[in-house]
Design a protein around this ligand. Sequence first.
Ligand code: FES
Length: 316
Amino acid sequence: MLSLKVAHIEDATPRIKRIELVSADGGTLPAFTAGAHIDLELGNGEARSYSLLNDPSETNRYVIAVLREANGRGGSAWIHDSLREGDPLGSPAPINHFRLSEDGENHILIAGGIGITPIASMAARLKALGKNYELHYCARSAEEAAFVNELQSVHGDKLKLTLDGGDPSRGLDVTALLAKRPSAGHAYVCGPAGLIRAVREAGREWPKGTVHYELFKGSEEDIALRKSDQPFDVVLNKSGRTLHVPADLSLLDVLKAEGFKIKTLCKEGVCGTCIVGLISGKADHRDDVLSDDEREESMQVCVSRAMPGETLVLDL
Ligand code: FES
């Protein structure tokens, strides 16, 4: 666990605070890679994941941006209302589920709203690597678009801002943008679920592993237990036990009730903490962290289930 201290807080927009964290003892911080996040333990007893937005070459600070969420679970409100400069905060070292493919040559970065945070860090890294990249930043209005001046001064005309005024028909045309994959091209998107869906759909003909995405926060429609959910069985390979997961409980609920100590953080399929090895069976993956390849051998048990009629064999 890292001991951090809030070095600076400022308003990036009326609803977004930019927060700079340093090591409490004044030393250097563990290095991070572009797209990484930290899991801050807040003073209200909650923990929340925040992407690091600064240049990954910096080891003296972690910079995050926090949007006050009107319908959030209290983490963003606590940060906006109670966190002060000088306050201590704890976090494990940064982890990264949204990595740049640095061997790619042409990179299309797409950010929606507060999803600019990991994308800004990725853009800084691509610039340092001398790669070709475009940075598409979508927001409702200029007032709600954080860090535009800084991004413009670093990335110049590689920054393409789309302000849709809340009208999706005036939004970024991701279908046109991804219609043709550039040579050794990769696309990355972070933002609301609708934008991520549109980008994944637009890039469906791109080779596996070249369209990367991270949902800024759990999408209610993806994580909620659904009316259509079916019960299913899981076989635990190490113990040989079989557990039944009813339609109205998650796999995580059942594992915990049976005494398995599964580490969790977000419980929304976005942090990657509750990963469990999947040996066989088709899972209904509802997370936003695992790549297609990773999904063949693991699953996030807080949100994912079995496909209808499937029995899963887990590495537990
Ligand atoms: S606890 Fe975060 S993905 Fe499951």
